[in-house]
Design a protein around this ligand. Structure first.
Ligand code: GLV
Ligand code: GLV
Length: 327
């Protein structure tokens, strides 16, 4: 019987699909409420035909060497920076992700972070719980209004565009940078203006990251670029932690060279840079971008269908390396 390994418990929808024909697949689920260790992962690869990894599981050349039967890596994420795709292709292993279904959820969370940062939502909540609210105060937690401010979006894929649409709803001015500028009709529909990266960083009141991670964009927001930001600007990151030099960001926030930041992702997840948690001008979430019932269920469904497709000889809709397999 074909074996499918799932490296952490996933929404029911995915399990239902994998188990709907009980003869078909044996599912091995890592049930513990923590990531699998590298050792556990290595030990488990020997006789599996498919794996549904989490975005923190590193699927690299060495691991693939231990998986002679593996036919598909169905990442439970849209980002695939944890997977060595060329190494999979070389071995005839399909790689799939979960695009589209988490776009709105991630854009929503981005706006939750923007508003939280600009209006001190989390810090103010903490203040009240500490029993410090002693009556309305015209000077209490004054933040930044969003209307008329510049929303600077780095990366104009599906999520960047969904954030742009929300920004327009808040009457913000939309500017963006991406490797390939938008086609004119889309840019004018979104009322989004292209700027070179450094110009965007200088101009943004809210700077938000929505590009996939690769080594080419490691520390895209480094110390120099942080220095280009306006002192009243906020940095928002719901993409991948390593886009930002987190250590430099801590220094920047400590010395109040920018107004604040709001982060959902970290350079060395689940660890966060020393000093970050002690700061009041940063909001910190535990990688929740796609964490809605709707999105997570749809992600599990896509991953499960992808596995089932490959193991029954069909071409999965969201395959990233179709050249790996003959259908
Ligand atoms: C989440 O970070 C994802 O890539 O889906
Ligand atoms: C978002 O950018 C996605 O690919 O779904």
């Amino acid at each position: 019987m074909r074996k499918v390994m799932i490296t952490r418990k996933i929404p029911e929808k995915g399990m239902q699909i994998l188990q709907r024909d009980k003869q078909a697949f044996e599912c091995i689920v890592h049930e513990d409420d923590r990531p699998m260790t590298r050792k556990e992962l290595e030990k488990s690869m020997k006789d599996i035909d498919a794996v549904i990894p989490m975005l923190y599981d590193r699927i690299d050349d060495r691991l693939l060497d231990l998986a002679p039967r593996l036919k598909i890596v169905a990442n439970l994420a849209v980002g695939t920076d944890n997977i060595d795709i060329p190494a999979c292709t070389e071995r005839g292993i399909a790689v799939t992700n979960t695009p589209g279904v988490l776009t709105e959820a991630t854009a929503d969370l981005t706006f939750a972070l923007i508003l939280s940062a600009a209006r001190h939502v989390v810090t103010a909540d903490r203040y009240l719980r500490e029993g410090r609210f002693n009556g309305w105060d015209p000077l209490l937690f004054n933040g930044a209004g969003l209307d008329g401010k510049v929303l600077g979006i780095i990366g104009m894929g599906r999520i960047g565009r969904a954030v742009a649409r929300r920004g327009r709803g808040f009457d913000m001015e939309i500017f963006y940078y991406s490797r390939t500028p938008l086609p004119d009709d889309l840019a004018s529909e979104l009322e989004a203006t292209y700027l070179p990266l450094d110009d965007l960083v200088k101009k943004a009141d809210i700077l938000t990251l929505h590009l996939p991670y690769s080594s080419q964009v490691h520390h895209l927001i480094d110390k120099q670029r942080l220095n280009l930001m306006k002192p009243e600007a906020y940095l928002i990151n719901t993409a991948r932690g390593a886009h930002v030099d987190e250590k430099s960001l801590v220094e920047h926030l400590k010395s109040e060279k920018i107004a604040g930041a709001a982060l959902d992702v970290y350079e060395h997840e689940p660890m966060i840079a020393p000093g970050l948690a002690a700061l009041n001008n940063v909001t910190l979430l535990p990688h929740l971008g796609s964490a809605t019932d709707e999105a997570r269920s749809a992600m599990a469904e896509i991953a499960a269908v992808s596995v089932s497709d490959i193991l029954t000889g069909k071409r999965p809709e969201y395959i990233l390396n179709p050249e790996a397999i003959k259908f």
